[in-house]
Design a protein around this ligand. Structure first.
Ligand SMILES: Cc1cc2nc3c(=O)[nH]c(=O)nc-3n(C[C@H](O)[C@H](O)[C@H](O)COP(=O)(O)O)c2cc1C
Length: 141
């Protein structure tokens, strides 16, 4: 059975005031880790004040069901699929949802400088960014 990978970006619609973003992220991560582990989905998530970027990996059915649910979530909008296709090996297989929130300023700066609407911001760029962030976070831990 083949694994698939989905890469998407979306606009962050979480109210930023008070502890809004913090508690929303806690909730998203807790649910992601529980649900994804149950259906064998792995991945990584990053966010900034403006955007989410997420990679999901798993069997096609589990991936599509998970993404259907995610797309309905009012905490983000303008969900834009950057890539979807089969992969020979997962990149985040040990993570039901890796999280690189500590680097959110880096994400902001990177998106701000990478012409998000101009097509320079590619699936591969997001994938490599997340992979290196997760690797360096794991290295630092
Ligand atoms: C940016 C973002 C990423 C999310 N990623 C996942 C995910 O990987 N897996 C998941 O189950 N839910 C994810 N969610 C949450 C879902 O939209 C939904 O709230 C959750 O799956 C509902 O879980 P429950 O039915 O167990 O309450 C994400 C939400 C947002 C806004």
């Amino acid at each position: 059975m083949t694994d698939f990978r989905l890469v998407y970006c979306s606009e962050n619609r979480v109210p930023l005031a008070d502890q809004g973003l913090r508690s929303a992220m806690d909730d998203i991560l807790a649910k992601s880790r529980r649900n994804n582990a149950l259906v064998g989905v792995s991945g990584a998530l990053m966010f900034s004040a403006g955007y989410f970027g997420q990679i999901l990996e798993g069997r096609q059915g589990a991936l599509e069901a998970t993404f259907e649910r995610i797309q309905q979530d009012a905490r983000h909008g303008e969900v834009c699929v950057l890539d979807f296709g089969p992969v020979s090996k997962r990149a985040f297989e040990n993570w039901s949802m890796a999280y690189v929130g500590d680097h959110s300023q880096a994400f902001d700066g990177w998106i701000g400088s990478s012409s998000f609407d101009g097509g320079i911001f590619t699936a591969n760029a997001l994938f490599e960014k997340l992979r290196s962030m997760v690797a360096s976070a794991a290295h630092a831990a």
